[in-house]
Design a protein around this ligand. Structure first.
Ligand SMILES: Cc1ncc(COP(=O)(O)O)c(C=O)c1O
Length: 431
């Protein structure tokens, strides 16, 4: 987790920052001298660091490494949606969209939720389009949390949820996902531990399925168990479903909102980044009951005013792609997963097979390094492959000290080059 503890562990060599430090020959003028004694920074920002994932991308660029760290495709986005974006810009859709989202996109989101989840959504009252699902998540938490509220989060967790909780004043309560014993097994959680995390202070649970970083896809039985706790303790489910179409081995994505009793207590977050390979467009959304949507819309309006207007029009076109687009997307990622995993196994990693999303968590015990951070640093600097150290997905860095995560949303030649470089590794304790 990107907490202040992990500041020390951050993969350093911050050359880029030197550009903004004052040159020694320059004396600050009186006007620009820092005032003494005043504490200018928010206490909140002291509780987390910059993202380790995004830092690893900068490290990859610095060292000329193959970037299997951050989850963005290095291949093209679909031609149809790029053309739709070009048409929107040329057609002068260049001013603010309606703050909570362009009508065409909201209609398309509502239509697709009906088709995919069997849920009827009112596009006028229940959808807020944001600058990526990242903004949808923080806007939601800011809209629903008060100081002292608790938010249940499964760990390992997508890095943003920790700082999101801090910024919204909520206290995260972590519940462990335990890795499978065998490569083919599933990550599991202990029912009793989950129940212990719920009490009268619990405002929400954040659920990410398909899951980053584990690749876990929560089953109906697991979701029903979580649903029962949400109902018993009067808790909201905030679900991050941005990998909903990236599924393997016959797994099924089930949206929490589709479970009986959850329609009025679920915020469903999704976005274009992963499904349409456009992580740079920054278009995502939150679907929630009207009252919660009104609160999310207020926060969203004052945070960003709105998501990029022409890209929202292209979003409406993307959501109209035929069903086969989604089947091909999942097949393409399955091929990539099955391309990278044997190479990782052959180089000495123990892989946990993902059932969804486009990451593979690995156990690095065989390499005999002190921890994940020193290993990730060695990989990026000496071997030329960037990964994400496992500790960035945990509250206690020791829990991730034997893990690193690889992203496989890359071209075959990128995966081949990474595999070639990883062959230089010499495991000390082969499996
Ligand atoms: C689980 C999860 N949620 C959200 C995001 C960010 O999504 P967006 O680009 O829509 O902000 C990521 C990106 O890696 C992710 O893995």
């Amino acid at each position: 987790m990107a907490t202040s503890k992990s500041a020390k562990r951050k993969i350093p060599s911050q050359k880029a920052n030197r550009a903004i430090a004052p040159r020694h020959s320059e004396k600050p003028s009186v006007a620009s001298a820092p005032p003494q004694g005043k504490h200018f920074l928010s206490d909140k920002v002291g509780h987390f660091t910059e993202s380790v994932i995004r830092e690893m991308t900068r490290q990859a660029m610095l060292h000329g490494a193959v970037n299997l760290a951050q989850g963005f495709p290095d291949f093209s986005a679909p031609a149809e949606i790029k053309q739709a974006a070009q048409r929107a810009v040329a057609g002068d859709v260049n001013q603010y969209a309606i703050t909570w989202g362009a009508k065409n996109l909201r209609n398309a989101i509502a239509r697709q939720m009906g088709i995919w989840q069997g849920i009827a959504v009112d596009p006028e009252k229940e959808i807020t389009v944001c600058c990526g699902s990242t903004e949808a998540m923080i806007s939601t938490l800011l809209a629903v949390c008060n100081a002292g509220d608790e938010v249940v989060i499964f760990e390992p967790f997508y890095e943003n949820y920790g700082p999101d909780s801090v910024l919204s004043g909520a206290k995260p309560r972590f519940v462990k996902l335990r890795p499978p014993k065998e490569e083919d097994g599933d990550w599991t959680f202990d029912e009793k531990e989950l129940r212990r995390a719920f009490d009268k202070h619990t405002k929400a649970i954040i659920l990410n399925t398909p899951n980053n970083p584990t690749g876990k896809v929560f089953t109906r039985k697991e979701l029903e168990l979580i649903r029962d706790l949400c109902v018993e303790f009067d808790v909201l489910a905030i679900t991050d479903e941005i990998y909903e179409h990236i599924l393997y081995d016959g797994t099924e994505h089930i949206s929490m909102v589709s479970l009986e009793g959850m329609r009025e207590r679920t915020v469903t977050i999704n976005g274009m980044s992963k499904t349409y390979s456009v992580t740079g467009w920054r278009v995502g959304w939150a679907v929630a009951p009207e009252k919660i949507t009104n609160a999310i819309r207020k926060v969203h309006d004052f945070l960003t005013v709105g998501a990029p207007a022409p890209l929202q029009e292209a979003g409406a076109a993307a959501l109209s792609l035929p069903e086969e687009y989604y089947a091909n997307l999942a097949t393409g990622y399955r091929v990539r997963r099955d391309h990278l995993m044997p190479a990782l196994n052959a180089s000495g990693f123990k892989c946990f097979r993902p059932r969804g999303a486009y990451y593979v968590m690995t156990d690095i015990s065989a390499f005999g390094f002190d921890d994940d951070v020193s290993f990730a640093r060695y990989l990026v600097q000496e071997i030329g492959v960037a990964t994400v150290p496992g500790s960035s997905f945990y509250r206690d860095p020791r829990d991730g000290a034997r893990q690193v995560r690889f992203a496989f949303c890359k071209k075959p030649e990128t995966l081949d080059e990474a595999s070639r470089r990883l062959r230089q590794l010499r495991p000390k304790n082969p499996k």
